[in-house]
Design a protein around this ligand. Structure first.
Ligand code: HEM
Length: 223
């Protein structure tokens, strides 16, 4: 029974991550499709919170260690970015809702862009800080992994992080976060899969950063 719940949880987390990657590819994936994917992600986001409701219930209980404070702050940041992208997206919608709100569109576009890019980073860090739990669940589902297997996984993670840093620069990710551009530039000649792979590597980079931040916290605690 427990196994099935964990399987559902992990599948939903994986699906949300894949949908997020497609959302970042906005025009390249298709503008109307983008809106439907955004709505689907919102539905999964609600489901994710229902499945993790025990965490929400315990929010005001127990002691706050530095790592717990950091994880909770990140969850709140992801939450605000998600709500920000969704509300601004619905108000800007050109296909599904078509609200035609023109007066605030510049502000809404700015909110949408900031929430999308910062939300992507916060979510990746959030995944990284909970990586132990995710790997623990995956490990239980796939039976225990050997030492050699762990080494290969670590090596792969390092390669992804290095390539992710390169993709971060190549794709001007930082400039979008700092709002140096007001629109995302898409190269329509480029196959969608290459865009998705680069963004997946950037996600991987921040998962690694999040993971090592959590390791630092744990080491400090055990000292
Ligand atoms: C977590 C959810 C979402 C993420 C990460 C996301 C991400 C993005 C990104 C990266 C862009 C390109 C930014 C630009 O060029 O301005 C964009 C544009 C857009 N998105 Fe989303 N989006 C999300 C949800 C939604 C939803 C739910 C809708 C509508 C139902 C939506 C509607 C739009 C529209 C209309 C644009 C064009 C904005 C413009 O006029 O510049 N988005 N989104």
């Amino acid at each position: 029974m427990m196994k099935r719940k964990q399987m559902v949880k992990i599948t939903i987390d994986l699906l949300m991550t894949v949908l997020l990657l497609f959302l970042m590819a906005y025009s390249l994936a298709g503008e109307a499709i983008h809106e439907w994917i955004g709505i689907a992600l919102f539905a999964l986001f609600i489901l994710h919170h229902i499945l993790n409701r025990r965490w929400c219930r315990n929010l005001f209980r127990g002691q706050y260690t530095p790592i717990r404070a950091c994880q909770t702050a990140l969850v709140l940041l992801v939450f605000f970015c998600m709500i920000g992208s969704l509300t601004s997206g619905v108000l800007l919608s050109r296909y599904v809702f078509r609200l035609d709100i023109h007066s605030f569109s510049a502000v809404l576009q700015t909110v949408h862009m900031l929430c999308a890019y910062w939300g992507f980073v916060f979510l990746s860090l959030h995944l990284g800080m909970h990586w132990r739990v995710i790997m623990g669940m995956a490990g239980k589902l796939m039976k225990k992994s050997s030492k050699g297997c762990k080494g290969i996984l670590r090596m792969t993670a390092s390669l992804i992080a290095v390539y992710g840093a390169y993709a971060f620069i190549k794709r001007d990710f930082g400039n979008y976060m700092l709002l140096r551009y007001h629109f995302v530039f898409f190269d329509f000649e480029e196959p969608l899969v290459l865009f998705l792979l680069d963004y997946a590597a950037i996600l991987g980079l921040f998962v690694c950063v999040g993971y090592y931040i959590s390791v630092l916290f744990i080491r400090k605690k055990n000292r």
